[in-house]
Ligand binder design. Structure first.
Ligand SMILES: NC(=O)c1ccc[n+]([C@@H]2O[C@H](COP(=O)([O-])OP(=O)(O)OC[C@H]3O[C@@H](n4cnc5c(N)ncnc54)[C@H](O)[C@@H]3O)[C@@H](O)[C@H]2O)c1
Length: 387
């Protein structure tokens, strides 16, 4: 039985608590910590976590009966909390984005190595059947080499979204939707297509006037023979997220569809396309065993199993770092208005986050700020349970 602690008991902690709750044979939540203690007490009461103690950070660090800690606090606090927890002997599952700078991520990775503990970073969309089907189709080779990916990390957030105290500043949130929302899609791109060579980007703040950071960016990522367009937005009504991949022989996308052209002698597409290839891709994807658990619960199940089995989790700290590095290159490209090669050099001021803080446009001055907000949160387009 693994003992779990939750640090930061706000919105996303609910997804972690529900995730651990799906594995009652493997784990139990024994401690809750929030810098605002009353929030930890409220979470304990609302969710009936009778077996969990509300503890201070020092008490949590001193406890030797805690195996795994979910860090569910704002991005700028991830580094210090994660390092302290790893050094105190805990394994850590930290929310995305891993940290606002690549240098911070590297310090977290060093603490994991030195302590011999496991560090995983949340990227729960890898545990979605619809996106796993896209990956299955790419990995099958049936699409041929991938030429293009169209990725829409399209979200909608009303103006009050940026009123929350830690959002809407480069220092505390680390950026806008490019870092905080599209990081999920960057993770998917890297998972499916590998690490890109270059980023080009533009960004704006279109509507959100209580925020320093962008609310919209469009980036191009390049591989040797592949281009991806990545839109990161909190201005999209309907939140129509998409991940569409064009291979040489066929295309697949989420929401799920498969298309395959066949050439006429003159190179124009033949009527009816290539139904045999479409059927082969559909059959291949149908053979994939569905994930038992999706989203946060899926990733939490994997981390618990990884700790039991003494293996690395499916999503490692290195994966989290790579996504932050690509997002940093997108910001550098947008701000310096030029293509940026990847990986970033450790000597670059963008690597440390210094350049971002010094050069990022402050689109608006953040004037209003509230400590908490009412309302439900949503975690992106709902998975299609059939794929
Ligand atoms: N994976 C996802 O889909 C997803 C969705 C939403 C948020 N998130 C991420 O989760 C993290 C938290 O977001 P949220 O929406 O839950 O925020 P939130 O403001 O609702 O909750 C954060 C909680 O952390 C507490 N806190 C702040 N600093 C702390 C510290 N130093 N020590 C202990 N507690 C501290 C706050 O008091 C608050 O209760 C962010 O990194 C965010 O990007 C991920």
């Amino acid at each position: 039985m693994q003992a779990i602690a939750i640090v930061g008991t706000g919105n996303i902690s609910r997804a972690h608590i529900a995730g651990y709750g799906a594995f009652p044979q493997s784990c139990r939540i024994v401690a809750l910590h929030d810098i605002v203690e009353s929030r930890a007490h409220a979470t304990k009461e609302q969710l009936g976590l009778d077996g969990a103690d509300v503890v201070g950070l020092d008490e949590l660090l001193a406890r030797d009966d805690v195996d795994l800690v979910s860090v569910c606090t704002p991005p700028s606090s991830h580094k210090d909390l994660t390092i302290a927890l790893l050094r105190s002997g805990k394994n850590v599952l930290v929310e995305k984005p891993m940290a606002p700078s690549v240098a911070d991520c590297d310090q977290m990775l060093a603490a994991a190595r030195e302590s011999g503990r496991t560090l995983s970073v949340i990227a729960q969309n890898r545990f979605r059947n619809d996106l796993a089907s896209v990956k299955e189709a790419i990995d099958s080779g049936l699409l041929g080499p991938v030429a293009h990916a169209r990725v829409d990390s399209a979200w909608w957030r009303g103006l009050p979204y940026y009123d929350l105290d830690w959002r809407g500043t480069w220092e505390s949130e680390g950026g806008g939707p490019t870092l905080n929302h599209a990081i999920h899609h960057v993770d998917l791109l890297l998972w499916m297509l590998g690490y890109p060579e270059r980023a080009t980007a533009v960004m704006k703040n279109a509507w959100h006037d209580n925020s320093e950071v962008e609310d919209l960016s469009v980036a191009l990522l390049e591989w040797e023979r592949t281009i991806a367009t990545l839109t990161a937005s909190v201005v999209h009504h309907g939140e129509e997220q998409a991940f569409a991949v064009q291979g040489r022989d066929a295309a697949v996308s989420q929401p799920w569809s498969v298309r395959a052209e066949r050439s006429q002698p003159n190179g124009f597409p033949a009527a009816g396309g290539n139904p045999d290839l479409v059927a082969a891709i559909e059959a291949r994807v149908a053979e994939r065993a569905p994930l038992q658990h999706e989203g946060h619960t899926g990733q939490i199940g994997d981390v618990l199993a990884a700790l039991r089995e003494g293996r690395a989790p499916a999503i490692t700290g290195e994966d989290g770092r790579r996504t932050v590095e690509v997002v940093t290159a997108i910001y550098q490209a947008a701000i310096e208005q030029r293509p940026v090669d990847l990986p970033l050099a450790a000597s670059s001021p963008w690597y440390t986050g210094e350049a971002l803080l010094a050069k990022a446009p402050r689109y608006h001055v953040k004037t209003g700020s509230v400590a908490s907000q009412e309302g439900d949160i949503t975690l992106g387009g709902s998975p299609d349970p059939t794929r």
